[in-house]
Design a protein around this ligand. Sequence first.
Ligand code: ATP
Length: 473
Amino acid sequence: MAEQTRARAATMEKIVALAKRRGFVYPGSDIYGGLANTWDMGPLGAELKNNIKQLWWRTFVQRRRDMVGLDATILMHPRVWEASGHVVNFNDPLVDCKTCKSRFRADHLLEDKFGRDDAAALSPEEMSALLREANIACPHCGNRTLTDARQFNMMFRTTIGPVSETGTEVYLRPETAQGIFVQYKNIMQTSRVKLPFGVGQIGKSFRNEITPGNFIFRVLELEQMEIEYFIREAEWEQQFDGWRDAISAWVDMIGLDRDLVRIREHDAGELSHYSKRTVDFEYNFPGPMGWKELYGLAYRTDFDLRQHQETSGVDLTYFDQESRERFLPHVIEPTFGVERSFLTVLLNAYDEEATTDVNGKEDIRVVLHLAPRLAPMKAAILPLAKKPELTSVAWGLYETLQAELGLMIDYDETSNIGKRYRRQDEIGTPFCVTVDFDTLDDGAVTIRDRDSMDQVRVGRGEVSQWLREQINV
Ligand code: ATP
């Protein structure tokens, strides 16, 4: 099926349903009725998410000589967030509905009403004026009782020590980036890194988002994969272009269709307080969502290091051995959301194909065309029938593959083989290995390819080598 058609088979509703049905993603605190904008990764979701993170870490940290890794804490000194500008600037413009008490992002209401993607750049006063002029109704209850827009800081607060005057108020980090800036001097002194070099980090961030989330697109507790790439000021444009290409290559690597991803330049009004140039990688989500941010790439100048140097009083300059100069490096920041990677990978992989079942009846096959290295299960071992002579061979093969490959292998002996194939298609397992009665004679098994549904016979002893070559982890 054409790539474009394939991606369009998915709707958010179908993905949410499949994710819950098959154990990719469950609503958070489900038995208590859920907690808005929180989701838990089920057994298959945990695998997919880990596979995305591992691939990212290997690609951007382990396989690059100019990169090192970091794993900083979520709780940091409160002055970090003063220096970074988050205490003053990390705000969303909010409006409340006086009737039903729902809350909305003013810029999102304006985007929906006027199709303006520059709404976030307006001041709360400008947004309020436009909202009043258009007399926008509450999207929840329909009453025209929305308040003016006011700024709301999105950082979660908590207290270290007893909750009284003696406790220290701290924030849950809203981005992982600041951990890298704060440890930049230690990294420089302990890792023999030379400009240009980068530090990669994967970790949790927290944002007190108030708008409905579109499944895991916008969550309160998110994971980010971020890089701060330290450079000389003069090379920023060339480095920016290099990282734009590196992000594009990653988008290909996780299997997203190129024509569903675009690069959008921020205009001057939209740029964050720290950035001289930013582009968003946007994905064309199905339904009313349309183009929305997937990843970001920003040139942050020397803003962060300068701010931390001034606030902490610690010299953060870099001494260049060649030019004998001392200066603050500039920074290019590629930033990737784990949940948004996960969601777009699922949306992009989802397909419904007209086919015939094992009895020749017309049928719709739901299949996830996941890149094999991201698939939660790399292969499934299926004895053709639940007969001891077949199941004992199948279990033996399962154990051999687990030991030799060290990868997730599924085993399923319930129901008919056609149903079992469909179950594996729906969770994106690239290969089904069937042990049948011929196996007992010739020692070979049938391997079925998820995408083409072609089948090949492979000797039992060669299966792990065969899979290793195909899966390319
Ligand atoms: P948005 O405009 O969608 O709120 P942002 O511009 O605030 O996003 P950044 O601050 O650039 O996002 O965050 C970096 C990356 O982290 C984003 O590109 C996205 O992938 C991810 N991200 C940010 N906020 C969330 C969230 N609430 N839930 C899930 N992922 C998020």
